[in-house]
Ligand binder design. Structure first.
Ligand SMILES: Nc1nc2c(ncn2[C@@H]2O[C@H](COP(=O)(O)OP(=O)(O)O)[C@@H](O)[C@H]2O)c(=O)[nH]1
Ligand SMILES: [Mg+2]
Ligand SMILES: [Zn+2]
Length: 267
């Protein structure tokens, strides 16, 4: 896996160090994974031994899906990895209703960096955030992950225009790539996803990985509370007392439904 520490034995007779074989892999300490997009249920590990997760989304082409962002943040939290949002393509202009939705994130401890890879905006801030750390950039295809990395590192990575037809963007990045930089910095580029599906999380623990809901879960009467309509639910109480944003609660319910549905289908 990209990020794994391995012991390599150089192949005999080769003196330029270009050939070798992996003889052992060190125990993987942290990693982030999601459910594979297609086929049988399987874990897809993006990268190992990283320090933080940059969740990259765009203003439009393709427009940010907050459900996917929330699932991604949940995956990072459950892997004990700090995460932040990189909102790219700000040159396209942020609609007012998006600003309102975005305002939730700083309140729950998620930093929002606004960038434009093409208009050179917010790149110094992003650079600072990446310095001295191993960061995986993940997000849907076409949001500008490779473009941002090219700009930050001053290298050329292949990018592709987002197709006008479906605004989905093509998968130009086909492999996970670890780009080392100075001062212990590494930036990991990944292929985009269509939809971030969670892996390995139990329906009962989902709320635990949302920082604004997790503090309320302890108040629930039942240990296996799913916070839908159970009596004595701490999350519902917090919602009615306006301590939880209704949009985040709705997002939680959407995530819960998708996890329950997948669980049913995988059975
Ligand atoms: N308008 C605008 N387009 C961008 C920006 N960043 C990247 N793009 C374009 O979005 C498309 C997809 O970029 P790419 O880096 O391949 O996205 P990736 O799939 O996330 O790696 C390319 O046509 C880029 O030129 C940006 O900040 N603003
Ligand atoms: Mg790419
Ligand atoms: Zn509850």
């Amino acid at each position: 896996m990209v990020g794994d520490w391995v012991e390599v034995e150089l192949t005999e007779g080769v003196d330029d160090g270009a050939d070798g074989r992996i003889v052992s892999v060190e125990e993987r300490k942290v990693w982030i994974s999601r459910r594979r997009d297609v086929g049988r249920a399987r874990e897809l590990i993006l990268a190992a031994n990283l320090d933080q997760v940059a969740c990259v989304f765009a203003i439009s082409k393709p427009r940010i899906k907050f459900g996917a962002l929330d699932r991604l943040l949940m995956a990072a939290a459950s892997s004990q990895l700090p995460a932040f949002l990189v909102l790219n393509k700000i040159d396209l202009g942020i609609p007012e209703e998006m600003e309102e939705r975005l305002a939730i994130y700083p309140r729950i401890g998620i930093e929002v960096l606004r960038c434009s890879a093409t208009a050179d905006e917010g790149l110094d801030q992003l650079k600072n955030k990446l310095e001295g750390k191993a960061t995986v950039l993940t997000g849907p295809s076409g949001v500008g992950k490779s473009s941002l990395i090219s700009k930050v590192l001053g290298i050329q990575i292949r990018t592709a225009p987002v197709s006008e037809h479906n605004e989905k963007g093509k998968h130009t990045t086909t492999a996970v790539t670890w780009h080392p930089a100075e001062a212990g910095t590494a930036i990991i580029d990944t292929p985009g996803f269509r939809d971030w599906a969670l892996w390995g999380l139990d329906p009962c623990e989902l709320a635990h990985w949302m920082p604004d809901l997790s503090g309320e879960v302890d108040q629930c009467r039942f240990r296996d509370c799913l916070h839908r309509q159970e009596p004595g639910c701490g999350v519902l109480a917090a919602l009615s007392e306006q301590r939880i944003d209704p949009l985040r609660y709705r997002s939680y319910i959407g995530i819960l439904d998708s996890v329950l549905e997948r669980q049913e289908r995988d059975r």
